[in-house]
Design a protein around this ligand. Structure first.
Ligand SMILES: *Cc1c(COP(=O)(O)O)cnc(C)c1O
Length: 388
């Protein structure tokens, strides 16, 4: 694995932490904790169940929830589907109004689109120029028949941080439910569901140094009776999500979230220092603009647009692994829906990169990244134009 580009795409996914791998491997082989957590009649099943319940407490603990409020899913995509479709389905023929935003992850946007086709009415709020959705904007969009609001905590392309507490106060006053996609927030933002007015929250392990294919949905007391299962068969997870629990994935997610809590202060401070350093280097370059609020944001994710410069994406890609948009959209060549919603045009979107830093990013990586970005930019071909 020599000469691989430096990894600057932690917002797309993270490597599994070695300490998490150890926990995961212990749940696989015949000498390990391989039992079916639902086999309560013998020790194999009971031990597996204990591992699952420990993990449930670990995930709950990072976000200020209680263990019985955590439902395992296959990832944040499924959590978002369960939250939106599950609440909509409990409306049984009444229809109603859902509020979301134009800068949500596709797992929310496409699901909201499905519900719209099924007869629900959907408002997609535009973000402000800073990439934020304000409580006032949500308040203004609430209608008599609004039953659900779904907005993200941290935007995956911009790193912007919504005031979900302020939003939740508006939504709660109105009597609707608030779902928050926190896939990019867990481990990076202090979340306290015990005091936050949030009813449903989605999590994913692989954004927090856990494995892919496992996630969770927090289901608060107000949401419980209004959520219908989307996957049936066996009644696991209090009937909300059937399927044999993947002990190794779940134990790993628990370990990853517990670790995230342990290293939280130190890691966020370190990444903030690294980001400041990167920005200080880039401050010398006249062509660099930053997308999204520089105040209300996390330090891990940085969206940069190169203005009036010739940007050699190819050259930069050889040194840095970054993304142009979120990984889930990278299959299409369409410009990022998030940048378009911010009022950027397709050309600006082509000149945009997302750099995301994480647990294994070093100062040296940041120095090299800054050099590589500088080298990939040159003054626009003014001379060529002037000669004509
Ligand atoms: C990654 C991500 C998802 C999808 O999570 P998966 O576990 O990969 O399904 C959803 N929302 C946001 C904001 C994300 O960053």
């Amino acid at each position: 694995m020599k000469n691989l580009p430096l990894y600057f795409d932690y917002a797309a996914t993270t490597p599994v932490d070695e300490r998490v791998i150890e926990v995961m491997v212990e749940c696989l082989g015949k000498a390990g904790n391989f039992g079916n957590p639902a086999s309560g009649s013998h020790i194999y099943g009971q031990q597996a169940q204990q591992a699952v319940e420990l993990a449930r407490r670990q995930v709950a603990s990072l976000v200020g929830a209680s263990a019985e409020q955590i439902v395992w899913t296959s990832g944040a995509t499924e959590s978002n589907n369960l939250a939106l479709k599950g609440v909509a389905q409990s409306r049984a023929g009444q229809g109603g109004h859902i509020i979301t935003s134009r800068i949500e992850h596709k797992a929310v946007l496409d699901t909201a689109g499905q519900l719209e086709q099924a007869g629900f009415s959907v408002t997609c709020l535009a973000p402000d120029a800073q990439g934020l959705i304000s409580p006032q904007a949500v308040k203004a969009a609430l209608r008599d028949d609004t039953f659900l609001v779904s907005l993200m905590l941290v935007n995956n392309e911009l790193g912007t941080l919504n005031d979900v507490v302020g939003i939740g106060e508006q939504v709660r006053r109105h009597g609707a439910l608030l779902h928050v996609d926190a896939a990019q927030g867990a481990g990076k933002v202090a979340i306290d569901l015990a005091s936050w007015p949030v009813d449903l929250m989605s999590f994913s392990a692989h954004k927090v140094y856990g494995p892919k294919g496992i996630g969770a949905l927090y289901v608060g007391p107000r949401a419980r009776s209004q959520l219908r299962a989307q996957i049936h068969g066996g009644g696991h997870e209090g009937g909300l999500r059937s399927g044999t629990l993947a002990t190794h994935q779940i134990a790993a997610m628990g370990a990853a979230f517990a670790l995230a809590g342990e290293v939280f202060e130190e890691e966020t401070a370190r990444i903030r220092r690294l980001q400041r350093r990167l920005l200080a280097h880039l401050a010398d370059i006249p062509y660099v603009g930053r997308n999204g609020s520089p105040q209300q944001c996390i330090a891990h994710t940085l969206s940069l647009t190169f203005i009036n410069a010739d940007f050699n994406r190819q050259a930069l890609s050889q040194v840095l692994a970054f993304s142009s948009t979120s990984a889930c959209n990278s299959a299409s060549t369409a410009p990022s829906h998030v940048l378009l919603a911010l009022g950027r045009d397709a050309e600006a979107a082509r000149q945009t990169i997302r750099l995301s830093l994480g647990r294994y990013t070093t100062e040296q990586d940041v120095e090299q990244a800054a050099q590589a970005i500088k080298a990939s930019l040159s003054a626009p071909a003014f001379w060529a134009v002037a000669r004509h």
